[in-house]
Write a protein that binds this ligand. Structure first.
Ligand code: UD1
Length: 417
């Protein structure tokens, strides 16, 4: 349990580096067992989801160690293909070990994954992808057993560009004989990072970043070194906090092209954004305007993970902004908590309408999920007076030292564990 104490109304100012990407590192940690190899990863954020993945790797018999932002994995010593329910339930990304263990061991025993409660989160596309490669998948009570004597390349058509199902299919296809083409693939930048890692591991793979990814063989490397890309959602969190507090912050080491949609809305709301190849500076006077309509969708559309963040930034923006959530069927739990700061929000199924209010006042709120928790931090920074955020552990799943980073930028914030 973490308790966040925030005294709002302070302008954020300064420059900072952005942490390594959670959504990039988690699939890469699973992929590190695809062949017997040693992996060195740099720029790995210190997060509880990373700890959970390393614990799974150790449970499987690998060496998996993190020192600050470096991770070393030796997957030559793997001894097991089973992941206990308690480990599966710690996060959604545990499901990515399905493709990885199937590729490596030809069999995997696991249960359904956990993760943020954002509505129904099935894994049917993951299972169908394994079946397309020739695996049998059996569900016995809550246990899922996948087996394949050998995996055979095939055409995998994803009915929706699921990020996780695309990654699972890419990883499993590394062990398939013949060519695999994943069509309808997700195009998120983190998928390109996974492809880069798998290529270093020996995969003949291309197409990541487009809707068709081809895997046509594998020749295992003994040692892989890889630097994890910067986290675009963590960067978006800092940008939204700066916009909301009327600040001036430069983010170093980020690729501005990955924020195209967010930049568009923040500019429309009245912020100035100056971007170069490796940095992004946002200047806001805190007097924001509503931006009309924000609809979430698969990349390159506006990311669902940024929806709570932009909403929190626009609570005081003059006029009305409508948020349409198209990716998850229940991703507005944070709206009730935001209302405790005095925000004017009404929710109707997949639409949340936000009417800008003159001011927000400090409150006691809960972090409903990972990005919902970050939205509470942004709202509390923009509110007058003190706030307390009660968090059962969501924020630490995805943010590395968020309190330190914000304090360095001038926020009055303190987190008690
Ligand atoms: C990933 C991200 C998460 C982000 C999400 C959407 C990671 C670790 N997590 O999650 O931060 O919010 O993408 O951009 O990278 N679906 C099915 N069947 C499946 C799989 C998914 O119906 O087998 C549905 C989901 O319920 C959801 C939609 O597809 O409605 C998108 O899910 P998906 O892209 O798979 O999200 P995740 O990979 O879980």
């Amino acid at each position: 349990m973490a308790i966040w104490h925030i005294n709002g109304g302070k302008r954020l100012e300064g420059a900072c580096f952005v942490q390594g990407s959670k959504n990039a590192v988690l699939p890469i940690l699973a992929a590190s067992i695809v062949c017997p190899t040693e992996t060195d990863l740099l720029n790995v954020p210190q997060l509880s989801d990373v700890e959970a993945s390393l614990a799974i790797l150790r449970q499987l018999g690998c060496t998996a160690q993190q020192q600050d932002n470096d991770v070393y994995i030796d997957s030559r010593t793997i001894t097991s293909n089973e992941i206990p329910q308690s480990m599966m339930e710690r996060m959604r990304s545990s499901v990515l070990f399905m493709g990885a263990l199937l590729a490596r061991c030809g069999e995997v025993r696991m249960t359904a994954p956990g993760g943020c409660k954002l509505g129904v989160r099935p894994i049917d596309m993951h299972i169908d992808a394994m079946r397309a490669l020739g695996a049998s998948v059996e569900e016995r009570g809550c246990e899922i057993i996948c087996k394949a004597d050998k995996l055979v390349g095939n055409r995998i058509r994803l009915p929706y560009p699921s990020v996780g199902a695309t990654e699972n299919a890419m990883i499993a296809a590394c062990a398939a004989q013949g060519e695999t083409v994943i069509s309808g693939a997700a195009k998120e930048p983190e998928i390109e990072d996974l492809q880069e890692y798998l290529r270093k591991a020996g995969a003949y793979m291309n197409g990541a970043g487009t809707s068709a990814i081809t895997v046509s063989g594998f020749s295992a490397e003994q040692h892989i070194g890889h630097r994890i890309m910067p986290d675009r959602i963590a960067a978006a969190t800092l940008l939204c906090a700066t916009a909301a507090t009327g600040g001036d912050v430069e983010l170093r080491g980020v690729d501005f092209r990955q924020f195209y949609r967010l930049q568009h809305f923040l500019k429309q709301s009245g912020c100035d954004i100056i971007s170069s190849k490796r940095s992004l500076r946002l200047v806001s006077d805190g007097k924001l305007s509503a931006v009309g309509r924000v609809s979430t969708g698969p990349y390159p559309e506006f990311p669902t993970d940024m929806q709570p963040l932009l909403m929190a930034a626009l609570l005081k923006a003059s006029g009305r902004t409508e948020f349409i959530e198209n990716v998850f069927d229940s991703r507005f739990a944070h709206t009730k908590e935001l209302a405790r700061f005095g925000a004017d929000i009404s929710v109707e199924r997949r639409k949340a309408s936000v009417w800008g209010v003159r001011s927000l006042s400090g409150s006691v709120v809960s972090a409903t999920d990972l990005r919902g928790g970050a939205a509470m931090v942004i709202a509390a920074l923009a509110a007058e007076g003190g706030s307390i955020i009660v968090d059962s552990g969501h924020i630490r799943r995805g943010y590395e030292f968020l309190d330190h980073r914000l304090r360095a930028l001038g926020a009055d914030i303190f987190m008690e564990l």
